[in-house]
Design a protein around this ligand. Structure first.
Ligand code: ZN
Length: 292
């Protein structure tokens, strides 16, 4: 009898541990990534996400889904500059099956957006970019996922990367060895040597786009406040390749296709700006007229 009681107590303790793990996983945006794929047309591809699990229905029926194409924007002077108070803290890189995620092991600072204070929870990477600018993908996109502690509402800051100039990125270069070592090792983690300081990851001189959207992975929960930095950062092709090698050694894109904007408005803010940025990717030069 006593043994039986002990077993019951042990079971209860296990249940509590599992429940708190699950809560932590959801706090950092964690649906196990083995449950879906990114390939349109696959039985578990993005066009089928809504049908895979009951609480993923909004992936298909939602009217405020992410990512979107950033095309028409409205200049808004009221938004104001981004002023994060990020700090250097110990962190861990994890292979989540479809992306690499960096998690800090201690509270590492906040970002105030529209009067609400959001804590930076985790950062992960997509390649190519999920958001497009005037219909064009950039080479990679970093998502800095924040959460307001009282309401659990999310705010994501997105930084876009281009390999056009070929200039390496300090941020991605520092993490590339971790991505390479964790390549193909789903759920494996590695502690980052020293600390990771995200305080320079948002360029305060850059403008940004703001709109209301969703998580870009199932369950595609809406009510996520998006901030997309308009200044595209440089990266090397090798760095972007390392983001894409989550599975085995072959590169594998992990970007959800863009979703309908519906009635949403994209606002743009930059200190002193009265016009929307010339964000259109430069058109290909017109062919030189041939001899007449
Ligand atoms: Zn993301």
């Amino acid at each position: 009898m006593a043994r039986r009681r002990n077993n019951v107590v042990a079971l209860a303790i296990l249940v509590v541990i599992f429940a708190s793990c699950a809560r932590y996983a959801s706090a950092v945006g964690g649906t196990p990534h083995s449950d879906f794929s990114y390939k349109v047309g696959d039985p578990d591809g993005p066009d089928k996400w809504a049908t895979l699990q009951k609480d993923w229905a909004i992936c298909g029926s939602g009217k405020k889904q992410s990512p979107i194409d950033v095309a028409k924007v409205e200049v808004s002077k009221d938004l104001g500059p981004l002023e994060p108070t990020y700090k250097a803290r110990a962190a861990v890189v994890q292979n989540r099956g479809h992306d690499f995620m960096l998690n800090w092991t201690a509270r590492n600072g906040d970002l105030s957006i529209e009067g609400k204070k959001y804590t930076l929870l985790q950062v992960h990477w997509h390649a190519p970019s999920e958001h497009t600018v005037n219909g064009t993908h950039l080479d990679a996109e970093m998502h800095m996922v924040h959460e307001e502690s009282a309401t659990k509402s999310k705010a994501v800051v997105a930084v876009l990367f281009s390999t056009k100039a070929g200039t390496p990125s300090k941020l991605l270069g520092d993490l590339k060895p971790y991505f390479e070592r964790l390549s193909g090792k789903t759920n494996d983690t590695e502690e980052v040597k020293g600390t990771v300081d995200p305080s320079t990851w948002i360029d305060k001189a850059s403008g940004y786009y703001r709109y209301e959207g969703s998580l870009t992975t199932p369950p595609c929960t809406e009510g996520v406040l998006w901030t997309i930095m308009s200044k595209v950062e440089d990266a090397s092709k090798e760095e972007v390749d390392s983001i894409d090698r989550v599975k085995k050694s072959s590169t594998q894109p992990n970007a959800r296709p863009t979703q309908k904007i519906n009635s949403r408005i994209i606002r743009y803010y930059k200190a002193g700006a009265t016009e929307a940025p010339a964000s259109a990717p430069a058109p290909a030069p017109a062919p030189a007229p041939g001899p007449t």
